[in-house]
Design a binder for this molecule. Structure first.
Ligand code: OFO
Length: 174
């Protein structure tokens, strides 16, 4: 242990992160990888519904999640920590149509927002203001994540059974 609660690895590298903080950040990195996996599974589901625009939207979302995961990876490494990866849970593979899938995506994003808020609590409890500052980006990002899923849920409800035009619109996401 060093001042500020950091840990020293076997190689003698001093980390700015406490062991608890590093573990929590790595857990969120894995949760973001799960998000990517979930949205790739949804992309496959939309392909099976013959909705390529919805499938493409989910593929783009998967990439965003990988960016979220890598930002955690880079932060841990830059803080002198060590990323110890673990297993990623398998995602569901079936949903109740386009609306069911996007409602599940929205529910998932709300859950992730809760996870980010929990991380902020850990940072505060550990007296880690640098990590608290780092997490501000994710707090803003989660507002957008929930909004974008919510927007598609509303559009699906408005479209009813005719999803062709919405499929073409969602295909535009890059
Ligand atoms: Fe990483 O924001 Fe979605 O899950």
């Amino acid at each position: 242990m060093v001042e500020g609660g950091g840990v020293t690895s076997e190689e003698g590298v001093v980390s700015m992160l406490t062991g608890k903080m590093q573990e929590a950040l790595t857990g969120q990195l894995i949760a973001e990888m799960y998000s990517a996996y979930l949205y790739l599974s949804m992309s496959s589901y939309f392909e099976s519904l013959n909705l390529p625009g919805f499938a493409s939207w989910m593929r783009v979302q998967r990439l965003e999640e990988l960016v979220h995961a890598l930002k955690f990876f880079d932060y841990i490494v830059e803080a002198g920590g060590r990323v110890l990866l673990g297993p990623i849970d398998g995602p569901p593979t079936e949903w109740d149509g386009a609306l069911g899938a996007f409602e599940a995506a929205l529910a998932h994003e709300k859950k992730v927002t809760g996870l980010i808020n929990d991380l902020v609590e850990v940072a505060r409890a550990e007296g880690d203001s640098a990590t608290e500052e780092f997490l501000k980006w994710y707090i803003d990002e989660q507002v957008e994540e929930e909004e974008s899923a919510e927007e598609v849920v509303s559009k699906i409800k408005a479209a009813g059974d005719d999803l062709g035009a919405l499929d073409a619109e969602l295909a535009q996401r890059s």
